[in-house]
Ligand binder design. Structure first.
Ligand code: PEP
Ligand code: MN
Length: 338
């Protein structure tokens, strides 16, 4: 349920209303926007007499929220959420490029790619240390050592870093990681999501390969229910009958998610397509659809990459892509804020 307040409500009356709602056992989520203030009520709202609240001087309207996600719901929080990490902003009109290799391989490799993507326009460095691989015989990532190398690249370039966590036990290595990624395979690892909800650092959640958008939003809700409101949603392609691409990029996820939620939406055209040649067109399409950012796999030597070489683009191709995406951004502005 949301209570939409009239402009400039009387302070005393507002305090009384909040205290009363809290006394009913409800948790309040207050969203102060330029045009309106919204009180989001979390808990058993069946105890609330809507007509009574509607009749108050300071109240414009009261609405029940049908969707099962509350904190992630745009009705609760009409303004776009903006994520800020190490000088990089994402969301609310701040387009961001997250780029880097699929996996951290060596210090030379990650530091070289970090510098190259920074020069090419990336604001956040990606690189996998703990890798979810389909085969147990494939390279599993450098683990803690990979995070140490990412931190080295962060020190050299000043870029904030994002890397994937696969298991709660790995959390001890993530202290200096700026954004924690929950991969497609872990999107519904609810124990992991709950634990990340206790942190106060951004979490990027990738859509599971057979997950609906509502399920993705419910995963965000798990993190937010713990009090961590810094969640980024990422569409990375879903499983369909199509085999020409690694996955099928669901670009309609962008306007759908942005209508339903205030959280920033990022597109990963690398894992979505599995082919380097398709990354650029789908990156441009994602920007045109109104995405808040792109996550792109970039490798200095894609042919010899230890993981996901066929979908990795070179730093030069990334720089050209970033330049061209920036070129179309002024024509791709949509507003979902009410
Ligand atoms: C990744 O980004 O490295 C990754 C493994 O992606 P996904 O979880 O989308 O497969
Ligand atoms: Mn990859």
């Amino acid at each position: 349920m949301v209570v939409i307040l009239k402009k400039d409500p009387n302070e005393k009356q507002l305090e009384n209303l909040k205290n009363w709602l809290r006394s009913l056992g409800l948790e309040l989520h207050i969203s102060d926007g330029a045009n309106q203030t919204v009180l989001g009520l979390v808990g058993d709202t069946s105890v609330v007499d809507i007509d009574l609240i509607k009749a108050l001087d300071i109240v414009e309207d009261v609405k029940r929220i049908q969707e099962p996600f509350k904190n992630a719901n745009r009705k609760f929080h009409p303004q776009d959420t903006v994520i800020e990490v190490g000088g990089a902003r994402l969301g609310g009109g701040n387009f961001q490029f997250i780029a880097g290799p699929c996996s951290v391989e060596t210090e030379e490799q990650i530091c070289y790619v970090a510098q190259a993507v920074k020069e090419g326009g990336a604001g956040i460095l990606r690189g996998g240390a703990f890798k979810p691989r389909t085969s147990p015989y494939s390279f599993q990532g450098l683990g803690a050592e990979g995070i140490r190398l990412l931190l080295e690249a962060k020190r050299e370039t000043g870029l904030p870093i994002i890397t994937e966590i696969m298991d709660l036990h790995q959390l001890e290595y993530f202290d200096e990681v700026d954004i924690i990624q929950v991969g497609a395979r872990n999107m519904q690892n609810f124990e992991l999501l709950k634990e990340l909800g206790h942190l106060r650092k951004p979490v990027l959640i990738k859509r599971g390969m057979s997950a609906t958008l509502q399920e993705l939003l419910m995963s965000a809700e798990y993190v937010m229910a713990g009090g961590n409101e810094q969640v980024i949603l990422c569409e990375r392609g879903i499983r369909t009958f199509e085999t020409a691409t690694r996955n099928t990029l669901d670009l309609s996820a962008v306007p759908v998610l942005k209508t339903l939620s205030h959280l920033p939406v990022v597109i990963d055209p690398s894992h979505a397509t599995g082919k380097a040649s398709l990354v650029r067109p789908m990156a441009l399409a994602a920007a045109a659809a109104g995405a808040d950012g792109l996550m792109i796999e970039v490798h200095n030597d894609p042919q010899h990459a230890w993981c996901d070489g066929p979908q990795s683009i070179t730093p030069e191709a990334f720089a050209a892509l970033a330049r061209d995406v920036r070129g179309i951004l002024p024509f791709c502005q949509y507003s979902y804020e009410s």
